[in-house]
Design a protein around this ligand. Structure first.
Ligand code: MRU
Length: 356
């Protein structure tokens, strides 16, 4: 994705540091955050400086590589497993658990830590190579999702999306928005409705910013407008991303997704989930086994944004003294999902298998 004419990835690693676009600063300012240690990368995932299933996966892979660099310090990058002491192995194990506890719903996080952990047991160099390979695969899968899904976008299509499953949610391209970017490149003319996505407003802040950058006509709509828009015949399809997909196709995605899927079914509107195979957790049979992250109540009770001088302020917007509940995701049962737009093609929920 280009920002002011320069091509950027959402996240990348140089030396032992991880660089990422600060998504908390967007869309009001464009800043790059540098995490110099694995703990700083963990904190960046936790505080959502980087976010979105694919970007979290890449960040977790890089964080795991930082763990091996930090743990093998003194022995250099070439440290081999036969040189690791018990203390070092214990450190790698504990650090892996620390990374995995940051955003527990995101399947890609665990997919990445497992791969880089196993690679790092061979050598530090190997961990770094594997983390980079994961980031490269992330881009390739997202681009292919875009190619495969772009056929669903016709001239005149009106698409509803929820949260941000765009370029910022991956290393590049995105999942739900990738088909739109490829369709736009092909010269198609279509319109996007972006749910604001309370409480953190990923739709209003990030999806809208991405669509604007790409010159795609769009409007931000309140989270509770979906049923109205669909009942008025204003939506032709819904495309969302996924944070974890169970083997039967039940899908965890940003809170509010499930409601959109129910309404889409009521009005006979196709509801697609765009995600790479790395988001599918074949170890769980159905969505009831997906751990749903609960975030701070402050995200619901307050609101942040720049004042007229451009200074970011946080204001309370709820009745003083009231508490809030803040589940970050919900699970849409597979029966509401028309198809999964994956790098391997568009697949029906009951056709998800390892062998694809
Ligand atoms: O809490 P977030 O912003 O990390 O939420 C994840 C998401 O962006 C969505 O649920 C998305 O659709 C997943 S795919 C990028």
């Amino acid at each position: 994705m280009k920002v002011a004419g320069k091509h950027y990835h959402t996240i990348w690693m140089e030396g032992s540091s991880v660089f990422m676009i600060d998504q908390n600063a967007l869309p009001f300012s464009f800043e790059i955050y540098c995490a110099k240690s694995f703990r700083e990368t963990c904190n960046a995932i936790l505080t959502m400086i980087t976010r979105g299933a694919g970007a979290i996966g890449a960040a977790a892979g890089f964080a795991m590589a930082q763990v091996f660099i930090e743990g093998a310090r003194g022995e250099g990058k070439g440290a081999k497993s036969e040189n690791y002491t018990k203390e070092q192995i214990d450190f790698f194990d504990l650090a892996r658990k620390e990374i995995e506890s940051t955003r527990p719903t995101a399947r890609n996080l665990f997919y990445a830590t497992e791969r880089v952990f196993n690679a790092g047991l061979i050598s530090v160099e190997n961990a770094l190579r594997e983390a980079q390979l994961l980031a490269d695969e992330n881009i390739a899968d997202a681009k292919q999702i875009g190619e495969n899904g772009s056929n669903l976008i016709k001239n005149g299509s009106r698409i509803l999306t929820h949260c941000n499953a765009g370029w910022l949610g991956f290393v590049d391209y995105g999942s739900a928005l990738a088909p739109l970017y490829i369709a736009k490149e092909a010269g198609k003319d279509f319109f996007v409705y972006a749910d604001e996505t309370r409480p953190r407003n990923q739709g209003a802040r990030l999806t809208a910013w991405e669509l604007q950058n790409e010159g795609i006509p769009h409007k931000i709509v309140p989270d509770n407008a979906g049923a109205y828009l669909m009942s008025k015949g204003m939506i032709d399809s819904v495309i969302v991303g996924a944070d974890r997909i169970a083997a039967n196709g039940d899908t965890a995605n940003k809170i509010g997704t499930f409601e959109k899927a129910i309404v889409a079914k009521e009005f006979g509107i196709p509801f697609y989930v765009a995600a790479p195979y790395s988001t599918i957790d074949f170890s769980i049979s159905d969505g009831s086994k997906i751990q749903i992250e609960e975030r701070s109540e402050e995200e619901v009770l307050s609101y942040s944004g720049p004042d007229s001088d451009g200074v970011i302020r946080t204001i309370r917007m709820a009745s003083p003294g009231s508490h809030a509940l803040n589940p970050a995701f919900d699970v849409t049962p597979a029966r509401f999902i028309t198809g999964f737009i994956t790098e391997k093609g568009i697949i029906k929920p009951n056709e998800l298998t390892f062998s694809h």
